[in-house]
Design a binder for this molecule. Sequence first.
Ligand code: GN1
Ligand code: MG
Length: 367
Amino acid sequence: MSSKLTNITERFDFEGTICEIKPLGEGLINDTYKVKTAETDKPDYVLQRINHHIFPNIEMVMHNIDAVTSHIRNNLAANKTPDIDRRVLRFLPTKNDGKLYTMMDDGTYWRLMIYIDNAITKQNIDPENSREAGRAIGNFQKMLADIPVTLGETIKNFHNMEFRLEQLYDVVKQDPIGRVKEERVQKMLAEIEARAEEMCKAERLGREGKLPKRVCHCDTKVNNMMFDKEGKVLCIIDLDTVMPNFIFSDYGDFLRTAANTVAEDCPEMEKVQFRMDIFKAFTEGYLKSAKNFLLPIETDNLLYATALFPYMQCVRFLWDYLNGDKYWKCQYPDHNFVRANNQLHLLLSIEKHYAEMRGFVDSVLNG
Ligand code: GN1
Ligand code: MG
């Protein structure tokens, strides 16, 4: 067992005796370990190194997480919900300054939280867990609707479509590695341009004061949810990107990741299809818990949100491709282009389903 990891863990005010520390999960951004304690009546823990290159302001990240988890905890307690430590993450303070993170001499940042036992993450999607995920995401937003603290933007302009397009236009202008001239890039840029104005609708509505920002999770993949044995979501994890945003983020990014028939980097474009069974189940679950607090401008634009996230991710992957693949790890030279193209095909498939989607959302809202 690494003495470094033991030393880091021991900076935190946890209970029990460490007996084992081993890697946990397969997250690409943070490094995660499970810390086992010897005593059966003490919890195990999760030790995590926070990636401060992607999240430059760790103080802000942990401030947001503290605010959100405390607010959810109070809400669950007020509703006399049992088993609260399995329903919301609990971070441990350090012994010396009571903060929820510690910086080591090598400049790395770490945090410790209680391990949620008897829970699983799901890698595979089906309508049943999508409905449940929808319910959980709607509920998460609902519980946070009256949070009294203002959260910071842990990644500036993270889901701001105008900003993402500007980033793309900048790299097209500079063309640092000469990829802009590729015919397939030109074709993709034309598809992006044709939809640019429509896709920046949220920012416009926001500026006009018609569309509010709420506390969102901003990384609503199914593997960021812990399920119990009955298939119910216990808890939403991976809270680094929790920040104020349009609710479209959580609705749209779940569908982008879950309703694609293939992985986001599948190179066989004819296989990329939007799954209506997932769309329907997720939308039903989400609206069941969110319909009562959402504004008409928000529910009217759920289809826009569904299209926005594949579009945004296409723009972001293409940006990274033209910029020399600095953000996403690539396994082969045009991996980022393939990803961008996959997302564009997902968008095209969504566009074909618009009429059916509209009818479905209306039936759920009026039902
Ligand atoms: C990144 O690493 P992961 O999968 O949690 C990215 C998301 C993208 C996603 C695309 C902080 O998320 O916004 O949608 O890749 N997260 C960040 O695969 O940029
Ligand atoms: Mg993640």
